[in-house]
Design a protein around this ligand. Structure first.
Ligand code: UDP
Ligand code: MN
Length: 253
């Protein structure tokens, strides 16, 4: 491919104003740093979910992809609360998780994840049919995408990026440390979809033709409530948009 490949960054967002105010200038500085100058052409889109329904990070990221993909060559999904200190956002030959150090997780655990800051070719994301839209509130849409990618023969890689976490309460747990109901429900959904219990433990279902092929990027329905408007410092090349989801969580499940 001739010329620099254009990177699109989607930040799923709702009600984290302090994080957003901190991240945008820091990211702009990061991409303008002397080591990186000119190497990456970056366009960022903050996709805010309108009030009403519970937060659905997977669907918001699918929507962000649909809005941004026509203008870029590859895509990054970026939590609003992770600030890169030393990280590699270059073209991913395989799907890649960019954050590693600074997450406060053990390395072996991080290697089972595919969240925080991830990079994919458009081909990768479309092969997986994007994120599931079925995970509401906290958790598991990211590892669900990892399973989709594995079923497509696209195992994620891990780049050893160092990040700073901006502090917040754990949305997946109650103050006493117990997982929230949504956390548990999403965990059950994820586990039953992708794994089966055997005598020796859990085994991956092959699940090559599962419901995920019809549920994801190709089925995220939304209304765009605001035009895309510039946001953040000049030179950040960032825009903001508010979208409303047309789906609601199933009553049970
Ligand atoms: N997020 C958001 N508002 C919310 C929940 C999540 O903007 O109410 C976005 C935000 O980009 C955040 C990401 O989803 O960084 C991941 O959520 P969270 O930080 O709660 O997950 P955790 O840190 O537990 O992985
Ligand atoms: Mn977080």
């Amino acid at each position: 491919m001739s010329g620099a490949r254009r990177l699109g960054i989607v930040v799923p967002y709702r009600d984290r104003q302090q994080h957003l105010d901190a991240l945008l200038p820091l990211l702009a500085d990061f991409f303008a740093s002397p080591e990186l100058r000119g190497a990456l052409t970056v366009k960022l889109l903050v996709v805010e979910q309108a009030t009403g329904l519970p937060f659905n990070r997977g669907m918001i990221k699918n929507i962000g992809y649909n809005l941004l993909a026509p203008e870029v060559d590859y895509i990054c999904f970026h939590d609003v609360d992770l600030v890169p200190l030393d990280a590699d956002y270059s073209w991913p030959s395989q799907p890649a998780m960019a954050c590693f150090h600074g997450l406060d997780f053990k390395p072996d655990f991080v290697r089972q994840l595919f969240g925080g800051v991830v990079l994919l070719q458009k081909l990768h994301f479309e092969a997986a049919n994007g994120y599931s839209n079925a995970y509401w509130n906290w958790g598991f849409e990211d590892v669900d995408l990892r399973e989709r990618l594995l079923r497509c023969g696209l195992p994620p890689q891990h780049r050893e990026g160092t990040y700073r976490k901006l502090p917040h309460n754990d949305e997946g747990s109650h103050p006493d440390g117990k997982p929230t109901e949504a956390h548990q429900q999403n965990q059950r959904k994820y586990t039953s979809q992708w794994f089966r219990k055997t005598e020796t433990g859990w085994a991956r279902k092959p699940n090559l033709v599962g419901a995920w092929r019809a549920e994801g990027l190709n089925s995220a329905q939304f209304d765009q409530l605001t035009p895309r408007c510039p946001i953040g410092p000049q030179g950040a090349n960032a825009e903001h948009v508010i979208v409303a989801l047309r789906h609601a969580p199933e009553a049970a499940g």
